[in-house]
Design a protein around this ligand. Structure first.
Ligand SMILES: [Zn+2]
Length: 323
């Protein structure tokens, strides 16, 4: 309820109602509105200047997340790049040298990268420097991976060729020799058992009972299989890559000329046919037509210690060969 105020009028000497003139009322209202407006303006000004708006805050948060993601991506691409460099190094230093291929030069890799750059276009995140940097790194890695892939394809081919070569080269003893007691005479100058004079012995003699199986020492094609005056019943295998092996004095030949044989396949049996004094296998290895010491080709079925013993036996073995 509105309070009614009275005042004492000295002119009329009476108490009279106090009436606020309309002008004064208006002034008061105007003053109040002005004050309110100024305060609001001050608050808005302060708020916009000293506090970020809700929209600003949201985009700032988003930017922070994006920047975090970029940093993670950048770290990941850096790791990838390091791993790629490690792969390339291994490719050059290990794989390619094992298979006697020349290492790929870094300039060849870079050239390939320049070429690939035109093809591989990563435009998705190129709007700022950070994205640009990652896009460039990814370009680089993509190109390097593609180039490395080509290199591995080449190496794979080399491995396949090498596998055939490794299977072809004579690499085992032609008769079972677990106790290493069968080598009777090694490669080199020996007294000939029949002529009694020093003569070049161009193979190794393995003593073994008549009928002991004789194995092909590497994959190849039988070029000769049959009898002969000095050699007796014998087999010659062409292994390719310049390698040939000969097996002499067999009691019986199993392989036939033109036959393809695998390492370890039985090609005949030990005997004493031809110029021979007792049952034994005379075994020769030829490289490009020259007889070499077969002892260097027994590495596949001997461990290091056994191989060492075989080398000694072949060197000091009986001065007389069975021929
Ligand atoms: Zn011999």
């Amino acid at each position: 309820m509105k309070k009614i105020k009275y005042y004492y009028n000295t002119h009329t000497l009476r108490y009279e109602k106090l009436v606020t003139p309309f002008r004064v009322k208006l002034l008061r209202i105007f003053g109040f509105i002005s004050a309110a407006l100024v305060t609001s303006a001050l608050i808005i000004w302060a708020y916009t200047n000293f506090f970020p708006s809700a929209l600003d805050k949201e985009s700032e948060l988003k930017y922070e997340i994006v920047r975090d993601n970029y940093n993670t991506l950048a770290a990941k691409t850096k790791t990838l790049q390091q791993q790629m460099a490690e792969l390339e190094k291994r490719d050059n230093e290990v794989y390619r040298s094992i298979f006697e291929a020349n290492p790929l030069s870094d300039s060849a890799r870079t050239k390939s990268i320049e070429k690939k750059k035109e093809i591989a276009k990563i435009n998705l995140i190129k709007n700022d420097d950070l994205g640009d940097e990652i896009a460039k790194t990814l370009d680089n890695i993509t190109a390097r991976v593609a180039y490395q892939f080509e290199s591995y394809n080449g190496i794979e081919k080399l491995i396949r060729n090498q596998e055939t070569k490794i299977a072809s080269i004579p690499a085992i003893q032609p008769v079972s020799n677990k106790q290493l007691t069968r080598i009777a005479s090694g490669f080199g100058m020996r007294i000939h058992p029949i002529y009694g004079i020093a003569k070049m012995h161009s193979g190794i003699d393995f003593t073994a009972p008549r009928g002991t199986p004789i194995y092909a020492t590497g994959d190849g094609v039988v070029t000769t299989a049959g009898g002969g005056t000095g050699t007796g019943n014998h087999v010659i295998i062409n292994h390719g890559y310049g390698y040939e092996t000969e097996y002499m004095h067999m009691v019986r030949v199993k392989a036939g000329a033109g036959q393809r044989v695998k390492r370890g396949e039985v090609i005949g049996w030990v005997g004493s046919t031809g110029a021979s004094t007792a049952p034994h296998l005379h075994y020769e290895v030829h490289i490009n037509g020259n007889a070499v010491d077969p002892v260097y080709f027994f590495f596949n079925d001997l461990n290091a210690e056994q191989y060492d013993r075989v080398l000694k036996i072949a060197a000091t073995g009986s001065a007389k060969s069975f021929d």
